[in-house]
Design a protein around this ligand. Structure first.
Ligand SMILES: [Zn+2]
Length: 158
């Protein structure tokens, strides 16, 4: 098969994301199934790829052919606006003062505080030792809501 493959990215209702490399014919077939709410089964490389399109909340694939997008422009617009909204909310929520959970192993204090912004380093109010933003941990649930974790561990340099 000398057909060019396109990477389709899809998100299931459960939030799980997946990708599949499909030929443009397979993309058409998938879209047809998606419209009709049918299961789609095909062969990708040496693997069978099957998906129940009713469990797919959205997908995107660019084949460089406009007509595919035309059918779904309203659907895509809706998805885009929802996505932008949630991103904006996220930025709004974390622009400015942030919540920080300080987990100090030096003096054993664990507390939730507010910082002016998401700084890389602050200090423990108990022993004044430096604590560092644990970027890898991301946003965590604290006793006062979502926030960032700070511990004595310095960021590991890659
Ligand atoms: Zn401390």
């Amino acid at each position: 098969m000398d057909d060019k493959l396109f990477t389709m990215i899809f998100t299931l209702h459960s939030g799980i994301k997946g990708t599949a490399n499909l030929s443009s014919k397979q993309v058409d077939e998938f879209i047809q199934c998606f419209k009709e709410g049918r299961r789609y089964v095909t062969v990708v490389g040496e693997e069978y790829f099957g998906i129940n399109t009713e469990t797919v909340s959205n997908f995107r694939v660019s084949t460089g052919r406009v007509e595919i997008w035309d059918n779904f422009s309203s659907l895509h617009k809706q998805i885009e606006s929802e996505k932008n909204e949630s991103i904006t909310n996220l930025i709004k929520a974390y622009d400015g003062p942030i919540r920080a959970k300080i987990d100090c192993k030096v003096c054993g204090r664990v507390y939730v505080t507010e910082l002016e912004y998401c700084m890389e380093k602050t200090y423990c109010s108990g022993c004044r030792n430096d604590v560092f933003l644990q970027e890898k941990v991301g946003i965590i649930r604290t006793s006062k809501g979502m926030g960032y974790l700070y511990t004595n561990e310095r960021k590991v340099k890659q």
